[in-house]
Design a protein around this ligand. Structure first.
Ligand code: ADP
Ligand code: MG
Length: 662
């Protein structure tokens, strides 16, 4: 049912709800609060460190003092149990007319005894008793009271909200009903109700998620694949000819993959390895084995730049072989593309490298045997399934590479539909990137360090994120930054800005120049393309570093230190004590950092895992609710094997949804 059904909702607020992705009454009642205010009304005024709630009566007219632009103070005299005191609240001039003498208001804030003043952060009407108030993420223009009102009305309409937890499990765990859970989550009267509601809703969400994973995993187990034949000796020879010795984990991963390729079962493997752990070479060996067995392969990268980079390294790795390699990207001319299509169809190309477009294009492979996707950690389970099934016959082996250094137990659960290989160790010769947190006042230190690198003809990345959310202003501030840098280095080195608004071709051109070493300092307003390899770049300077999550910071830092030169990362921030930044200073181990990320922010970034559409949970939190996740995972496995789900209408629909994604 559309939210238009709500009597109290006008067009302006409807648009605001839509902005929050609330379109139906179901969306509305499952728009969950992220925290609660426990309003505990006190009867005495005392000076406290915590905020207190006081029901007071207004005794005087309200005065507003306009201190300066966008800053005003509203004040009046109030009384609590016949004790009079002054109330001040900032930037609420608009409340002036609603604050009339003798009116009762709930003041939220702190009392200062020496001035007999209550500094209120907030003020509410019509709250006369203790209560728990649910707090939601809002959007500008939408008031909490209104959202709460709409949710209340929607709940009172008694719309049917499906409960995905099977009856047997509802009984086993004594869960409250879904209807009650929704009521409690929005309008609890005690903490116990919040607990019960959360448990129910979190479990449900994770159960459904794990059901999907298991369902897909079961399908994948059944499908027959291609049994490939190739000579291990030739592969060993190839590995021996590489310019470096493979690490233990790389070798184990390669072994896993070669076994998969040989087996008649379809490969569906995910390689998890930190930035710089050397995943590409693993893919290269897989491509080689696939070629030796007479099949074609497609290798997908998330960006054109990365695709190009892979193309160049493959050409290099395979220079002693007869493998035909081709690049296919969106920016190529139509005629060039068509030429590539024809060659693929005629099996004149063995390996084609490109972006996602690679799968959507009208390409017919003569004999496709392997699909590899690089940096795949933004995909959720639905999308992974789609990718795997692009090949109509569903036999092609699938290999995914991901810089997702999450703990193994988590990986095994949330990526339960795939087999997993982990590359934990990094190549030995790599030195740790030294990391320092600096305030803006210490920028001289950073400039000095930059100067030292430039003197050795090394290159530098600067990342300065968009913060104002006003592109004009942000670009101005980056331009200003470039001017400062030009001034500092007396225009002796070429400095360029790369930003989201630039055309792809312009971005590519800049990256190419940087790669060639013509540009010395590259200032980027957005996150630099993942996986990009510029071995000569030895320094990463990140402005407003506190704005980034740990995963992003780690990925960004991974752009430097890609050879055996000493490398540096400077995190510039107003918050020198920021816990996340400290973690960065402390360690370069992605697995360690991801554990810390779990501790500090919960599901947070989870190293990119959250970014995918179907892994953004409404209420569950993969870290905090990990115990529930494991429980739900076991239950989902049992449920799917009991075949009970086939009688369940909801799960029938769910499965249709999954299959529809093919
Ligand atoms: P990522 O896992 O981030 O994709 P890459 O595959 O791009 O990492 O490897 C990063 C760099 O390390 C590349 O320049 C690659 O040639 C090099 N490399 C990979 N494996 C080894 C190894 N075993 N010894 C030394 N260098 C290696
Ligand atoms: Mg890579």
């Amino acid at each position: 049912m559309n939210i238009e059904q709500l009597n109290k909702l006008g067009p302006k607020n409807k648009a605001l709800l839509n902005k929050l992705n609330i379109n139906t009454l179901e969306d509305l009642v499952t728009y969950f609060p992220y925290r609660y205010n426990f309003i505990n009304i006190t009867n005495t005024l005392t000076e406290t460190t915590e905020v207190i709630y006081v029901n007071a009566i207004i005794l005087s007219d309200v005065k507003v003092n306009y201190i300066r632009k966008n800053f005003n103070a509203l004040s009046f005299i109030a009384s609590l149990n016949n004790f009079n005191f002054k109330v001040t609240i900032y930037n609420r001039a608009f409340l002036k007319n609603s604050l009339t003498i003798n009116k009762e208001v709930l003041l939220i804030g702190k009392y200062k005894k020496n001035t007999n003043t209550f500094i209120a952060n907030d003020l509410k009407f019509n709250v006369f008793n203790n209560k728990i108030e649910a707090i939601y993420h809002l959007t500008e223009g939408l008031k909490l009271t209104n959202l709460t009102k709409y949710i209340e009305e929607a709940l009172n309409k008694n719309i049917l909200i499906e409960d995905y937890i099977p009856d047997s499990l509802n009984q086993k765990y004594n869960f409250i009903s879904k209807t009650l859970a929704l009521k409690y989550i929005h309008f609890p009267i005690n903490v116990e109700q919040i607990k019960q509601a959360k448990l129910k809703l979190i479990y449900e969400e994770l159960f459904v998620y794990m059901f999907k994973i298991n369902y897909i995993s079961n399908i994948n187990k059944k499908v027959q694949g291609l049994k490939k034949e190739f000579s291990l000796d030739i592969i060993d020879e190839f590995i021996a000819s590489l310019p470096f010795k493979l690490t233990e984990d790389q070798l184990t991963t390669i072994k896993d993959i070669l076994n998969d390729l040989k087996s008649p079962k379809r490969m569906n493997r995910l390689v998890l390895g930190d930035v710089g752990s050397g995943k590409t070479i693993v893919a290269v060996v897989a491509l080689f084995a696939n070629y030796l067995s007479g099949y074609q392969a497609s290798f997908m990268a998330p960006t054109e730049i990365l695709a190009k980079q892979h193309y160049e390294s493959l050409i290099n790795y395979f220079k002693e072989t007869n493998i035909n390699i081709s690049l296919l990207t969106g920016s190529m001319k139509k005629k060039e593309k068509e030429e590539v299509y024809q060659k693929i169809q005629a099996k004149k190309i063995d390996i084609v490298i490109g972006t996602h477009a690679l799968l959507n294009e009208q390409i017919t492979y003569a004999k496709l045997g392997l699909v590899i996707t690089d940096e795949q950690h933004r995909f959720g389970v639905n999308q992974r399934n789609t990718l795997q099934n692009k090949d109509k016959a569903k036999v092609v082996d699938v290999l995914a590479l991901s810089a997702t250094p999450i703990p193994r137990t988590y990986a095994l659960t949330i990526y339960g539909d795939m087999d997993i290989s982990q590359i934990k160790t990094k190549p030995k010769m790599r030195q740790e990137t030294k990391t320092y947190i600096k305030s803006e006042e210490e920028i001289k230190d950073v400039l000095e360090a930059m100067y030292q690198e430039l003197k050795q003809n090394h290159q530098i990345f600067i990342v300065s994120p968009l913060i104002e959310n006003e592109e004009e202003n942000d670009l101005k501030s980056v331009t200003l930054l470039k001017e400062k840098m030009d001034l500092a280095f007396k225009k002796k080195v070429r400095i360029e800005i790369i930003h989201g608004k630039l055309k792809q071709s312009a971005k590519d051109a800049l990256m190419e120049e940087f790669k060639l070493g013509n540009i010395k300092i590259l200032i980027s307003t957005t996150v630099i393309e993942v996986g990009i390899d510029i071995p000569n770049a030895t320094m990463m300077v990140i402005y407003n570093a506190e704005k980034f999550g740990l995963a992003t910071l780690h990925q960004l830092r991974g752009r430097v230190g890609r050879n055996d030169l000493p490398s540096y990362c400077y995190l510039i921030s107003k918050e020198k004590d920021n816990a996340r930044l400290k973690v960065m200073e402390e360690s370069t181990d992605g697995f360690y950092i991801s554990e810390k990320d779990f501790e500090l922010r919960g599901q947070g970034d989870l190293f990119g895992v959250k970014q995918s559409g179907d892994m953004t949970f409404k209420i569950a939190n993969l870290k905090n609710d990990y115990k529930i996740l494991l429980r739900a995972s076991l239950d989902a496995k049992e449920y799917i094997n009991s075949l009970e789900y086939q009688q369940n209408k909801l799960y029938k629909e769910l499965i249709e949804e999954i299959n529809f994604l093919d």
